[in-house]
Design a protein around this ligand. Structure first.
Ligand code: NAD
Length: 366
């Protein structure tokens, strides 16, 4: 099968869907790769590196004409959807719950779409799980962004000129991104406190050396498939009260809280921001799902009453080399599941296909 890679057109997207090493694996498996010239450059992979592994470098129109399947990263833009030839399979991030219009346009274009972000969180699909691979890197980068914006260093430092106390960090959400943020902040020497409403995260947080803020009644939160499925307003109110002391004392706050692909919960109100320490920093990683902080704006930095609020944006795209390497491996593993050398073939009853095939035969399936 001919697999195409295009230069990503979404603003700020620097990743490429397949790096040369991933192309080599696919070529070994019997596929051919055609890549638009320059598609890997922003991620650190020049055309030559693709040619060396046996991929064909071509103009964009040629890639679109030849590829039966396009490996893509960002949610396709209107312009990109307009280019896809009918019948093409597109493997990409889509965030189906948040982007119904994109899905409708893809259905109208007559392509089949596999949403990499809709991968089931099962052991079998673990090596295809782009949310894990990308959010892990984004969690790391959020700490670096926070460290860069705050006027303090992270570790305790005793010097002849006096002692510098460690940064106090508060993290909302201990999923993949939050756990990596904890580990990164600890390595830098911060004192880290964490809140989550999945009770099992307490142990994971503590094993990384951070303090978990327990909320009475947390053991009653309903979890389905690893995600929060039901939480009462009472528990959310108790959580708000329990974390306030830490929030108002924090130098850096990172928010990562999401609820199964839907709108992110509001966890920091504008009123709470007004009570935060002058000079503190919030990095809101959930802004593409509406944000966890009332005052944050997607991909934008604002300052409110001395508090810098950074709307995280697409943080994985800011570490495009590693992000593309991991994304590419996820795509290779997914293709091993659905692609034969002569084309895509799948069982519609397979749990991975059921979850990821979001557009097929002109229909939106979710
Ligand atoms: P996510 O990105 O959907 O959410 C991030 C975190 O926000 C979660 O820990 C969630 O509990 C938390 N959160 C939600 N509401 C909150 C609130 N009001 N306050 C504070 N925190 C809040 O989560 P994720 O990182 O994608 O992980 C989701 C689940 O999937 C977890 O159970 C994780 O262990 C599991 N997982 C499984 C696999 C696998 O088996 N293949 C891989 C990765 C993750």
């Amino acid at each position: 099968m001919t697999i195409g890679i295009l230069l990503e057109m979404a603003q700020g997207e620097r990743r490429v869907a397949l790096v040369p090493a991933s192309c080599a694996s696919l070529i070994k498996a019997g596929h051919s790769i055609i890549i638009q010239s320059g598609a890997g450059a922003e991620a650190g992979f020049p055309d030559d590196a693709y040619v060396q592994v046996g991929a064909q470098v071509a103009a964009r129109a040629e890639v679109l004409a030849q590829a039966a399947c396009i490996a893509h990263v960002a949610v396709p833009t209107t312009a990109e959807i307009g280019e896809y030839p009918k019948g093409t399979s597109v493997i990409t991030l889509v965030y189906p719950k948040r982007n119904p219009d994109t899905l409708a346009a893809l259905a109208q274009a007559g392509v089949s779409v596999f949403a990499m972000d809709a991968m089931p969180r099962t052991t079998r699909a673990q090596n295809m799980d782009v949310l894990s691979s990308q959010n892990n890197l984004a969690g790391y980068k959020a700490v670096v962004v926070g460290a860069n914006a705050v006027g303090r260093i992270f570790p305790l430092m005793m010097t002849a000129a006096g002692t510098v106390t460690p940064v106090k960090m508060l993290i909302y959400g201990a999923g993949v991104a939050g756990l990596q943020a904890i580990a990164t902040a600890k390595r830098l020497g911060a004192r880290v406190e964490v809140t989550d409403i999945r009770p099992e995260t307490k142990e994971q947080v503590e094993s990384l050396g951070a303090k978990f803020i327990w909320v009475e009644g947390l053991e009653n939160v309903r979890i389905e498939g690893g995600y929060v499925a039901g939480v009462t307003d009472e528990i959310l109110q108790k959580q708000k009260e329990a974390v306030e002391k830490s929030l108002f004392a924090a130098d850096v706050v990172i928010t990562t809280a999401l609820v199964a692909g839907g709108k992110a919960p509001t966890l920091i109100t504008a009123e709470q921001v007004s009570k935060m320490k002058f000079g503190s920093v919030i990095v809101d990683m959930a802004t593409d799902a509406g944000g966890n902080c009332e005052s944050s704006q997607h991909d934008t930095q604002v300052t409110v009453g001395g508090v810098t609020i950074i709307g995280g944006g697409n943080l994985a795209a800011t570490v495009p080399t590693h992000a593309s390497e991991l994304y590419g491996k996820n795509v290779v593993n997914f293709l091993a599941h659905i692609a034969k050398p002569d084309g895509i073939s799948f069982d519609t009853e397979d749990e991975i296909i059921k979850a990821t095939l979001v557009v097929h035969n002109g229909e939106v399936k979710v």
